[in-house]
Structures are given as C-alpha cells and as structure tokens.
Design a protein around this ligand. Structure first.
Ligand SMILES: CC(C)(COP(=O)(O)OP(=O)(O)OC[C@H]1O[C@@H](n2cnc3c(N)ncnc32)[C@H](O)[C@@H]1OP(=O)(O)O)[C@@H](O)C(=O)NCCC(=O)NCCS
Length: 190
C-alpha cells in the first residue's frame, strides 16, 4: 500500500517520492527551469538564475497542500536523492476541484517518471481526497504534455484557438478534464 502523510507531505509510487520542496532544491530547480526547451510552453522565461530559484523553492516549501491555490510537489527517485521535476496542484476555493501542471528536467524525461508522478497525484486527489474533478491545459504544440495527460486518463475537452498571449504570440490552449467517476471506472477496468 502506497503511503500518504500530509504531515510531512510525502507520497510514494513504484520508483518515486513526491514530497515538499526544500531550499536545497533551488539549484536543480534553477537548472531545469533555465532550459529553453523546458520553459518553451510555460509561463516563465529562461534562464531562471539561482537568485530567482532560491525564493521560489522557499515559497514552494512553505505551501499548504490543502489550501486553495497552488501547491508544488517536488519529485525525486526513491533510490537516488535529488530533485528531478515537480507537479503543481491548484485547488479551487471550495476544494472540490484542482488544476494540474508538471515540469521535469530534460535528463529525466522519456523514462515514464512524469506519468508515474502525475498518476500518483491523480490517485491521491480523486481516490483519497475525493475531489470531484481535475483539469489541465497545455499549448496545442506541447504533444508530450498532451500524451501524458491522456496516458493517465484525462479526456480532451476543448481546443481554444489563439486564446492565450504567451511569449510574444497568440497560442492555442488545449483543455483536458478527468472526473472522479471516470477515474473509478478506469480503475475497475470498465
Ligand atoms: C511534459 C513532460 C513532463 C512530459 O515528459 P515525458 O518524458 O514525455 O513523460 P514521461 O516522463 O512520463 O515519459 C514518457 C515517455 O517515456 C517512455 N518510457 C521509457 N521508459 C518508461 C517506463 N519505464 N515507464 C513508462 N514510460 C517509459 C514512454 O514510452 C514515453 O515516451 P514516448 O512519449 O516517446 O512514447 C516533459 O516534456 C516536460 O517537462 N516538458 C516541459 C514542461 C512542460 O511543458 N510541462 C507541461 C506544461 S502543460
């Protein structure tokens, strides 16, 4: 049985630990957020110097995972310490819905780690925390993100044409959703 402890905000999956950020994660956070391929479809601009990553990691480390708004989970491998990526969860005001986001360091992409981490969070939020619905959105060109969301069970719900102004251009936003009822159906193999 995978364990969840909200006291120390730690969850495990087969190969990973999802835990609270610490200030010591700042250098790894700065490194992957500074990669232009990693930042390409995200809201921030690369590079992200250590001086910016340090207060960011500190603010992530002080977050409340059950409060409305964003909480960022740090992801590391069970057998090798060190930040490899993060999964963000933004709970709604009433706590019944959440939006997900995720970012992994390039050297840790292509191993199924991001899928494993997001699947763990999805299970936690829908099966354990009993949220009603999860949502996610990505740039229509972000094929890897869309594939990941569909792998963990999200449904494509819409394609908003030129709906966001990001990094000097209009971009298409693809919307995904997953209901608790659909998730239970998947787990039962229906
Ligand atoms: C989105 C993102 C997390 C997806 O990363 P990813 O590496 O494609 O996802 P995973 O870690 O789950 O790896 C899946 C890939 O690993 C492969 N893989 C290798 N070993 C595997 C294993 N043991 N288990 C599962 N998959 C494995 C899968 O086949 C898949 O490859 P494919 O897409 O070529 O079929 C990553 O591209 C990223 O961080 N991008 C930058 C930030 C970003 O844009 N975030 C999304 C904003 S909406």
């Amino acid at each position: 049985m995978e364990n969840v402890s909200m006291e120390n905000v730690s969850m495990e999956s087969a190969r990973l630990v999802l835990r609270r950020f610490t200030p010591a994660d700042a250098p790894a956070l700065a490194a992957y957020r500074s990669d232009p391929e990693v930042s390409r479809y995200q809201g921030w601009e690369a590079p992200v110097p250590l001086a910016e990553a340090e207060p960011l990691a500190a603010s992530f480390s002080a977050g409340d995972p059950r409060a409305p708004g964003w909480f960022q989970y740090a992801v590391e491998r069970r057998d090798v310490p060190g930040l490899i990526g993060d999964v963000g969860v933004c709970r709604s005001e009433d706590g019944r819905q959440a939006v997900l986001g995720f970012t992994f360091a390039p050297e840790f992409q292509g191993h199924g780690y991001a899928t494993e981490a997001v699947a763990r969070i999805v299970g936690f939020l829908l099966a354990e925390e009993k949220l009603h619905r999860l949502s996610a959105g990505c740039d229509a060109r972000n094929v890897r993100s869309a594939k990941l969301l569909e792998r963990v069970g999200f449904r494509r719900e819409g394609h908003l044409v030129q709906s966001l102004w990001v990094k000097g251009e209009w971009t298409d936003d693809v919307l995904f959703g997953l209901l608790a009822t659909e998730y239970e159906g998947t787990r039962d193999g229906r």
